[in-house]
Write a protein that binds this ligand. Structure first.
Ligand SMILES: O=C(O)CCC(=O)N[C@@H](CCC(=O)O)C(=O)O
Ligand SMILES: [Zn+2]
Length: 332
């Protein structure tokens, strides 16, 4: 199943219907790169789990990780205990090994999106599949981990981005993520219309973007470092209670501002290889834009995350965050 699914997905050979049975589950391909697995027997603690990867086509470690998860289910070494929707987001970009083809898919997940184009079409497709999946399993708590890797090095190689939403994070998530090797948490301050934001905003899912290291080609990823994360994915797919670790093993940050590129004449005022979460002192100029002027650190040191001067005009070029206190992590 797995080899076929990846081959069909990467080589655009999806048949009209692709479904079947495994040792502990049945599976069905709903669309290219969108595979649902339903357990023969649902575990007591099951959640409706969405695991997505390749929303950016050059981020291959999460694809390899999900491949290992599916291989364990197919081999029968992992019994599926929860309904699972696995999605490979941007298949043309995955084939090309690029972040996206014409526009960043991970800013398009907003209901009512009416932009034309292949990536907006894919966003509408994935939105419909997520909606249908959570509707089919509406009796279960929704969960969505959207797996990414970062363009540059990070002072924290593995970190979670918490989408801005009225849905609070359940305290147990912090302990699961800490045990899964997540080192930092970045709390978003505004709607980002990312895929994880979609599931949290519209479905109240426990949803995060999980950054799992640095962008690398297939075969160039350090999957050993992602062993604990694979353990979390397997536990959730099995409907088991994941391992826990103290949440305060992670550092917490809150986004205060974002820098947007508003003109052709835009630059960041620090080296391209500056790692994510690098702190800059008050008074430091971080960016220059011909239309909006300078971005300068005001009274509190700011940590820069996802700096990228080569984004589309009007797009986010960096997040500026402050260190934050850990949230209430007492698990009732
Ligand atoms: O390394 C970078 O500059 C971007 C890595 C990446 O794709 N990150 C996600 C974060 C999504 C979020 O803010 O939740 C993205 O930029 O889409
Ligand atoms: Zn990404």
């Amino acid at each position: 199943m797995l080899d076929q699914w990846l081959d069909m997905t990467l080589n655009d050979k999806a048949p009209p219907v692709y479904s079947g049975a495994l040792a502990s589950a049945s599976y069905r391909l709903h669309a290219p790169g969108v595979l649902e697995l339903v357990p023969d027997t649902r575990a007591t603690n099951a959640r409706a789990c969405v695991f997505s990867a390749a929303v950016h086509g050059n981020e291959t470690a999460p694809v390899e990780l999900i491949g290992e998860l599916l291989a364990a289910i197919e081999a029968g070494t992992l019994r599926l205990g929860a309904p699972l929707l696995v999605m490979l987001g941007n298949i043309p970009a995955l084939r090309a090994g690029t972040r996206y083809i014409t526009t960043n898919l991970n800013r398009l997940f907003k209901r009512g999106l009416d932009t034309a184009g292949s990536e907006p079409d894919r966003a509408r497709e994935l939105i419909a599949r997520v909606d249908a999946f959570y509707a089919r399993h509406s009796a279960l708590p929704p969960l969505h981990y959207d797996l990414h890797t970062a363009i540059r090095e990070s002072l924290y190689p593995r970190f979670a981005v918490v989408p801005y939403s009225s849905t609070p994070t359940a305290p147990e998530q912090w302990e699961w993520l800490a045990a899964a090797g997540i080192q930092a948490v970045l709390d978003q301050h505004c709607h980002s219309w990312t895929l994880s934001h979609y599931s949290r905003h519209y479905h109240g899912a426990q949803a995060f973007t999980l950054e799992l290291g640095r962008v690398a080609p297939f075969g160039g990823n350090d999957l050993a470092a992602l062993g604990p994360m694979l353990g979390l994915l397997k536990a959730l797919a099995g409907g088991a209670i994941p391992a826990r670790a103290p949440a305060d093993t992670m550092d917490f940050f809150r986004v205060e501002r974002e820098v947007r590129r508003e003109s052709d004449e835009f630059c960041l005022c620090f080296a391209d290889d500056t790692p994510n979460f690098t702190a800059f002192a008050p008074g430091t100029r971080l960016a220059r834009d011909a239309r909006t002027g300078d971005t300068v650190v005001d009274h509190t040191p700011l940590h820069v995350v996802f700096p990228n001067a080569r984004v589309e005009i009007g797009a986010r070029a960096a997040l500026l965050a402050t260190a934050a206190a850990p949230p209430n992590t007492k698990v009732e």
